[in-house]
Ligand binder design. Structure first.
Ligand code: FES
Length: 158
């Protein structure tokens, strides 16, 4: 990992944004990584804005590494004001973009954030043409080609 990325991650970990449980959340998503065994939970609150339902705020908790904390911190900041469809179409790479490109060994940490977000939003109505292609989700990617006992288990709280 290069020094710039390392210092951006350390800054985000020192002062993480939107960390903690949200008591009045409208949606909750929890995902575990088959790669490392870490877990991340995201809470999302919606609001109406200009006749559209958008994300008011998002918070997270994780038993994940520093990269997962840093990605969740920057991602939850970016999510405010996005519609469900816009948020669901964001890849782990896009959610981690403020930190800069992640090394291959850390990409699954951003996918943990993507998976928790999609899990939280999965109860929402998304128009067909905005849905990500099959297999592009964290779960789809992790489960592709894996034996049943290695499949990711997602626990929804709502
Ligand atoms: Fe598990 Fe980063 S190593 S989320």
């Amino acid at each position: 990992m290069n020094d710039d990325l390392q210092s951006r991650i350390e800054d985000a970990v020192k002062n993480p944004r939107n960390l903690g449980e949200m008591k009045d959340a409208d949606a909750i998503g929890t995902v575990g990584s088959a790669d490392c065994g870490d877990m991340l939970r995201m809470w999302v609150k919606f609001k109406e804005e200009g006749g559209r339902k958008v994300i008011d705020r998002a918070t997270f908790q994780t038993f994940g590494c520093q990269t997962a904390i840093a990605v969740a911190s920057v991602a939850t900041e970016m999510l405010a004001g996005k519609t469900v469809a816009e948020a669901q179409s964001m890849s782990g790479e896009e959610l981690a973009a403020p930190l800069g490109p992640l090394p291959p060994v850390k990409i699954h940490c951003a996918q943990l954030v993507e998976g928790a977000l999609r899990s939280a939003l999965s109860g929402e109505t998304v128009s067909e043409n905005k849905m990500p292609p099959t297999g592009s989700t964290l779960l789809g990617q992790l489960n592709a080609g894996q034996s049943p006992e290695r499949k990711v288990k997602i626990v929804l709280d709502n």
